[in-house]
Design a protein. Structure first.
Length: 531
């Protein structure tokens, strides 16, 4: 009867013998086995990005070899690659992550040499070179992707601590963007160029207000990269009059958002119909300042209007219900004036977005009871309805169109996206380190991992793969490295360290990105002997 042959791929071995005369051996196929299956794709991808950036050579120069058993530059690479692939603590890297990945084969560092103490010391060695690393990366990224640094986007965020952080002067209680006001924190001021490409960052105390950081950041960036005709783009948190005057005196150009209270000055302009439609749902108009040195851009967003309208309606309803509740409580019980005043203050503070709609007063009735008197101010409602969805930009660039100014300001979302990546994908929070220098080194490692992230994002965008690298990372991280053991008839076992054959989708991604996946790796012990 006919024999049906069935084939199944056990592993992709590549070429068993390279550049030598083939030798034939008999293999016991019943005893073929696979050993040491390790995660390969993620660490290998990170290594490819590091090579493209030239960061391996840069770290070797900045951290020259001394008497240490393992070069500090290699230990720094372990930290950065781990943060890029699977963000975790130094202890977790040493006890778990390093052993389950192919980092030994890629870097040549034996697993027993990777411990939390050595990783902590690598942080200490890396931190003093922060400025030099940032300067190098800014130049290298500019060369790789033909970047221009004419537009600098500046924003501030915070990240909190687990623990007391008693020995860290920067760890302070302050306004928490993470809604963890119960924890100490530090503030991180980040400067990026167009498309969120990193330029540099600074770490401030957790109770430092955004508005006080502007001069220091501007002077730091100018001292590091020189003074050029750049445009600074900042959110309203930095746009105080003192900072505007500081930028003007230095002949620096800026585009900033303004406090919403300034909209009152342009009430008549809001009422007119001479809006320029930028795209569906967004209209703008420009107004010159009285002295002609500045331009104010009125912006009206339909999406934003709907959102603010819903908030006003919801808060108005809840605030009115709260006032009625206080009013009824005063009718049935005798309260002190101060008690009702405090209760009213808490209620107004909770719904401050619509507090201006209500005129309130706490008085003492003829019977000695505290009474709440309130009424609605319709003039406030008229203004709220008119200004819903509107915001105001301010700039000293007078030769651009309103649309170009608005588009430049909207790139500030790239800085906001950078913080989201740091906090979600790279898990910069929470910080477990207690010493100030270790905290700053932790943030530096996260910054370097973000550079790898943005490098991959830019490569994806250039190759038509979008600008979100997460799916690429997740897909290529599935690639494994295995040892295929082939027992022979003579009793000798042939061991081949192989890379799993990529799926069709993985192969397409690698091809588009111009990355060549190796079929096998040399024995790691040989690599160590060559170091």
């Amino acid at each position: 009867m006919p024999i049906t042959t069935r084939q199944r791929t056990v592993a992709y071995l590549g070429q068993l013998f390279d550049d030598v005369e083939p030798r034939w051996v008999e293999v016991d196929i019943k005893r073929i086995r696979v050993e040491r299956c390790l995660e390969f794709g993620g660490p290998w991808l990170a290594g490819q990005l590091l090579d493209r950036l030239g960061l391996v050579s840069a770290l070797n120069e900045l951290l020259p070899e001394g008497q240490e058993q393992i070069p500090w530059s290699l230990m720094a690479l372990v930290l950065v690659i781990a943060r890029f692939c699977d963000p975790s603590s130094e202890l977790y890297i040493a006890e778990h992550l390093y052993k389950r990945t192919a980092l030994y084969d890629l870097l040549g560092i034996p697993a027993e040499k990777v411990n939390d103490d050595r990783l902590y010391r690598a942080l200490d060695k890396l931190l003093p070179h922060k400025a030099g690393i940032e300067t190098y990366l800014k130049q290298r990224l500019g060369q790789l992707f033909d970047l221009e640094y004419d537009l600098l986007l500046y924003d501030v965020t915070s990240t909190y601590f687990e623990g007391l952080a008693a020995g860290n002067a920067l760890a302070q209680y302050g306004y928490s963007r993470d809604k963890r006001s119960d924890c100490k924190q530090v503030c991180i001021a980040l400067v990026v160029s167009r498309w969120g490409m990193p330029v540099g960052y600074e770490v401030f105390a957790g109770n430092r207000s955004d508005v006080t950081t502007v001069e220091q950041i501007v002077e730091t960036m100018e001292g590091r990269y020189g003074r050029a005709n750049r445009i600074w783009v900042m959110d309203r948190g930095m746009a105080c009059e003192d900072n505007i005057e500081y930028l003007k005196q230095g002949c620096r150009r800026y585009i900033v958002a303004t406090p919403k209270s300034l909209l009152r000055r342009y009430e008549q302009a809001l009422l007119k119909d001479d809006w320029q439609q930028v795209h569906e749902g967004l209209a703008i108009k420009t107004c010159s300042s009285p002295d002609g040195d500045e331009v104010f851009i009125l912006c009206r967003s339909e999406d934003r209007r709907q959102k603010e309208k819903a908030i006003h309606q919801r808060f108005e309803k809840r605030l009115e219900e709260g006032l009625i509740s206080i009013e009824q409580s005063c009718a049935v019980r005798k309260h002190k004036l101060v008690t009702i005043a405090k209760r009213l203050g808490r209620l107004l503070g909770r719904y401050s977005r619509t507090a201006g709609l209500f005129k309130t007063d706490v008085i003492q009735g003829t019977d000695g009871r505290a009474r709440l008197v309130w009424e609605k101010i319709e003039a406030w409602r008229d203004w709220a309805t008119l200004s819903e969805g509107c915001y105001l930009l301010r700039t000293n660039i007078t030769d651009w169109s309103g649309e170009d100014l608005w588009k430049s300001y909207m790139q500030l979302t790239d800085a906001e996206a950078a913080f989201r990546i740091h906090k979600s994908d790279l898990r910069i929070r929470p910080i477990w380190h207690q010493r100030q220098d270790r905290v700053e080194a932790h943030i530096l490692v996260c910054f370097l991992a973000y550079v790898l992230w943005k490098t991959l994002a830019q490569m994806c965008q250039q190759k038509g793969l979008g600008n979100e690298p997460r799916r690429v990372i997740d897909e290529l991280s599935q690639i494994r490295m295995v040892d295929v053991v082939l027992p022979t008839r003579s009793g000798i076992e042939i061991r081949r360290r192989c890379i799993s054959q990529p799926t069709e989708h993985q192969a397409i991604l690698l091809q588009h990105l111009g990355l060549n996946l190796p079929t096998h790796l040399p024995v790691a012990e040989q690599k160590m002997n060559q170091m």
